[in-house]
Write a protein that binds this ligand. Structure first.
Ligand SMILES: [Zn+2]
Length: 461
């Protein structure tokens, strides 16, 4: 376990991400506060109690707040949620939870900053912050009206406290903020009472779990506006650049992809087991398992396709070049995968024909959709798709044929460009390179699909 950093916490200060509703303007001057300025946690908790602040204690978090007691706001459950998340963080970093069972952070959930200043719990050495700030094992966050977002902020700062103290974190901004976002993202499974069971969902499963977080929406908006960075751009972000939601979203996306993609997870995990210091990115990108060009392309494909429930394994892409598509070829397109390399490479500006047969299921028709209360029924689609539901401007289940373009028409980051769709047609290749196929379905809804399409590609006469 990495402990060297425990004596190097002078730069251990971080800011909170902003909610999607508050854009721009976080105070992001570099903070530099000596850890040994802090009083022992027990003394701070005594001060809090003497000042009439509410103290909520769990195993790993003592939370002090001036927020009035309100039934059902979830604040009482925050320490229990934090404890469950803490166990998941230990697992991520392969840290022995038993050995560190005495680890504890002090968090301040603040309505009125003056009350905390007066109580001696918000030192003048802590720089001004918009939503929050972390220094070693202490953090502060401004209360949020949305319980999901409040919980997310708390855990985001908790990850900072965890990595700063247990891993001596002094890593580049993209990793520091990206891992905090990655490990803070969660949902609470419904429970009859209590806080609900903490489930780590680093790539959120549904928008309702992460209200106001807006990471996926932000990535999509950045792609649409040609403002999304590539992986190199994310790696190069300075700490001072983390001013708005887009920086946090891009950092989250980089960590999410590298931690979960089958091609990059090993190199990323190996780098995470080493020092989380200023040299982290260099160590990652020079490791023997690192495939930099493919990582850059996978990141562009991820930011282009990202959606709730995105499965990096099911959507992993084979970038191999394939053989020349010089004669009629039959291929199989699975209904439950993202873009699939057909294994045949087209020639730029040459025309090809396409036919497709077969059926795929693309999910279920809700029991109540026809008002008759039947059991859910499977939705079945041909290559033409079904017009009952559309995704990204096309019918669900429709066969899409594309190529990856490093310089797509209209500019922007590299991406897949759809050249043909449906059960029959023709297209002109836009690049020298392999042809990719998939059926149109949200990437988070591929898992329950069944079936495959038999597709024929051929050079046009
Ligand atoms: Zn942060």
């Amino acid at each position: 376990m990495e402990r060297r950093g425990l004596r190097r916490l002078h730069f251990a200060a971080m800011h909170f991400p902003l909610p999607v509703t508050a854009i721009l303007l976080a105070a992001t001057t570099a903070a530099c506060v000596r850890a040994d300025d802090a009083a022992p946690l027990d003394a701070l908790v005594s001060r809090a109690r003497q000042s009439g602040l509410r103290v909520l204690a769990g195993d790993h978090l003592t939370l002090v707040t001036d927020r009035p007691v309100r039934n059902g706001d979830g604040v009482d459950h925050l320490p229990a949620v934090f404890d469950a998340a803490w166990t998941a963080w230990c697992a991520h970093f392969d840290i022995d939870a038993v050995e560190h069972r005495g680890w504890r952070a002090l968090g301040c959930l603040i309505v009125d900053r003056e009350r905390f200043r007066t109580a001696g719990l918000l030192p003048d050495t802590i720089p001004d912050f918009t939503n929050g700030h972390c220094h070693a094992d202490r953090f502060w966050l401004v209360d949020q009206s949305n319980p999901d977002y409040r919980r997310h902020l708390l855990l985001h700062e908790g990850v900072h406290a965890f990595t700063l103290t247990l891993r001596g974190l002094a890593a580049p901004a993209w990793y520091t903020e990206g891992i905090a976002e990655y490990l803070a993202t969660h949902r609470l499974a419904a429970a009859a009472d209590g806080p609900g069971r903490f489930l780590a969902t680093p790539i959120p499963l549904r928008a309702g779990d992460v209200e106001q977080l807006g990471r996926i929406e932000t990535i999509r908006a950045l792609r649409a506006a040609d403002g999304c960075p590539g992986l190199e751009g994310v790696f190069a972000m300075p700490h001072a650049a983390h001013r708005d939601l887009s920086d946090y979203a891009a950092s989250w996306a980089a960590v999410a992809l590298l931690a979960q993609h089958p091609r990059h997870a090993r190199a990323f995990a190996a780098a995470e087991r080493g020092p989380l210091d200023a040299d982290f990115t260099r160590r990652l990108t020079t490791s023997p398992d690192w495939e930099g060009a493919l990582a850059a392309r996978d990141f562009d494909a991820f930011t282009d396709e990202v959606d709730y429930g995105y499965d990096p394994i099911r959507s992993a892409i084979d970038w191999s070049s394939g053989k020349p598509l010089a004669a009629r070829q039959s291929i199989v397109v699975a209904g439950d995968r993202g873009w699939q390399n057909c294994g045949w490479s087209a020639s730029r500006e040459r025309r090809y024909t396409l036919t497709a047969e077969g059926r795929c299921t693309v999910g279920f028709l809700d029991a109540d959709a026809d008002g008759k209360g039947r059991e859910p029924r499977r939705l079945e689609s041909t290559a033409e798709g079904i017009s009952l539901r559309w995704y990204r401007g096309r019918p669900l289940g429709r066969l899409l044929v594309a190529q990856w373009l490093e310089e797509p028409p209209g500019g922007g980051r590299p991406r897949f460009v759809v050249l043909a769709e449906g059960g029959r047609g023709s297209f002109t290749a836009a690049a020298d390179g392999p042809v990719y196929c998939k059926i149109n379905d949200p990437p988070g809804e591929l898992a329950d699909n069944e079936g495959r399409l038999a597709v024929t590609l051929a050079p046009a006469e």
